[in-house]
Design a protein. Structure first.
Length: 503
């Protein structure tokens, strides 16, 4: 072992190896002292790869890519790092990874350096966010908003049309997909009460979203032409004069349209308040009257009619109809009737030809008015308040009927009024009870020119009058009648009233 070691130590190769090792060590020590390992930070431009790839997929970038460099930390020998150029380091972003709309997180590639002795320690950023969207085109309808406040008095809109009625708009889906329509407002641009003729105006449209928000500021303004057509509505008047044939009546009348729309010179139209067609004479007519009228014949120069100028006036005339209603005496109201003192015998006059003490009352009027009428609707009345004893012939019944209804003819009755007969009281016996010994009486003696006399006795306590007729030579029997005044029974010229009893 010692011999071998001694041999090695005596070999020239040993010394050569030792010399090399020592030289390397000295070199390393010198290198670390003269050219040490250092770190450095560099800004390196990012290279974009496949930047057109999204466009091939109909995708467009909607966000700004504001990162163009990456910060890279490197290490190496001082001489190497000091001489290192940014262009020697490569870093990439590949847009081939973009495949859909929205935000895509693109990775920044690991930096690469071709120079020997350079080591990449770190870099920033490692990814970037970029937004992509799809471009599209759509048509937005134009809506014209207005109120009647902008119209002059009496005028109304015939039409309000926007030209064009739809507008093409292109852009990113995210920008325009929420749009609903383009609004044009007359109220915001036209003074109230000023539109009294046709006109055309140009207005700027406003972009309105589905949620009702105005996002006009995000788009180029769009000019819209609005054509306005108006007309003034005025009433049409006429007057029906005269009366139809005697047995007819005016049922109704009307015109096909009671108003008309006028257009033309605003000064002339504004002064027109109505169109008067004059009088429609129905004197003597017995059937429906139809009349066609052209309103153009009633207009001043410079005024036209919007729509049809023909109007139709219809006057309906109908004949009165009759109806017969059965009436009995029980249906007749009889005010003034005194059933306590008088008996009434009431009969329809022979001219009425009553059947079973009933007659037919004929009424005339409009069919609708008399269709449901009954005898109670006529309220027949026979006034008996002035009817005393006697005969009354052809006393007319009075009817109360509604307006436009008449009773045809007269309906008389014959009336007989008489006193109610009262039963005779029992005559007292003269032997047991003298006639003049009961109650004081007043006696009226009626003496005819012959040989007899009539005496009427009135007893105040009872409504009985006793009349006694006596021949000249004999005692007169006594007769009792109903309680009436003596003057009502005998003529006043031949009555002799006495307060004495019969002799």
């Amino acid at each position: 072992m010692n011999k071998r070691m001694q041999t090695v130590l005596q070999s020239k190769y040993f010394y050569i190896a030792v010399s090399v090792i020592v030289a390397i060590a000295i070199w390393i020590i010198a290198l670390n002292t003269i050219n040490p390992v250092v770190e450095n930070t560099m800004d390196v431009s990012i290279v974009y790869l496949n930047e057109d790839a999204p466009a091939e997929k109909n995708l467009s970038r909607t966000s700004e890519l504001d990162i163009s460099t990456a910060t890279i930390k490197v290490s190496g020998r001082q001489n190497t790092i000091n001489n290192l150029l940014a262009s020697e380091i490569k870093i990439y972003i590949d847009f081939a990874d973009v495949s859909e709309i929205g935000v895509t997180h693109l990775k920044v590639s690991q930096p690469q350096c071709d120079r020997f002795g350079v080591k990449i320690l770190d870099y920033y950023p490692k990814e970037v966010d970029v937004s992509y969207d799809t471009k599209t085109e759509m048509y937005l309808n134009v809506k014209t908003e207005y109120t009647n406040d902008v119209l002059a008095e009496g005028f109304e809109f015939i039409s309000v049309k926007a030209e064009p009625d739809s507008v093409p708009i292109s852009g990113f889906v995210s920008d325009i997909e929420g749009l609903d329509y383009i609004k044009v407002s007359l109220s915001d641009n036209v003074e109230n009460g000023t539109i009294n003729s046709n006109r055309t105006i140009s207005l700027l449209g406003r972009y309105i979203t589905n949620s009702g928000h105005d996002v006009t500021a995000n788009f180029e303004p769009e000019k819209i032409t609005v054509k306005i057509e108006v007309a003034k509505r005025v009433p049409i008047t006429y007057t029906v004069v005269g009366s139809p044939r005697e047995d007819c009546y005016l049922l109704k009348h009307g015109i096909s349209s009671e108003t008309v729309l006028l257009q033309g010179d605003s000064d002339v139209v504004s002064k027109i308040t109505e169109i008067d067609l004059g009088e429609i004479d129905i004197t003597g007519i017995s059937e429906k009257l139809n009349r066609d009228i052209d309103l153009k014949d009633y207009l001043p120069s410079g005024v036209t009619i919007y729509g049809d100028s023909i109007r139709y006036i219809v006057v309906d005339v109908e004949s009165y109809v009759t109806k017969q209603i059965e009436m009995s005496l029980d249906d007749i109201s009889q005010p003034g009737k005194n059933d306590a003192e008088y008996e009434y015998d009431i009969r329809f006059a022979d001219s009425l030809k009553a059947v079973n003490n009933k007659v037919k009352v004929t009424i005339k009027g409009k069919a609708a008015d008399i269709e449901n009428m009954t005898i109670g609707s006529l309220t027949p009345v026979l006034d008996l308040s002035d009817k005393n004893i006697g005969s009354y012939r052809n006393q007319n019944i009075v009817f109360t009927v509604p307006e436009n209804v008449t009773v045809v003819g007269e309906y008389p009755v014959n009336i007989e009024v008489s006193l109610i007969e009262v039963p005779e009281p029992e005559v007292p016996n003269s032997s047991s009870q003298p006639q003049n010994s009961t109650t004081p009486v007043a006696t009226q003696t009626v003496a005819p020119t012959g040989t007899s006399s009539a005496t009427a006795t009135v007893v105040p306590t009872k409504p009985v009058a006793t009349a006694t007729v006596s021949p000249a030579t004999t005692t007169a029997p006594t007769a009792t009648t109903a309680p009436i005044a003596v003057s009502d029974v005998l003529p006043e010229s031949t009555a002799n009233v006495s307060a004495e009893n019969n002799e």
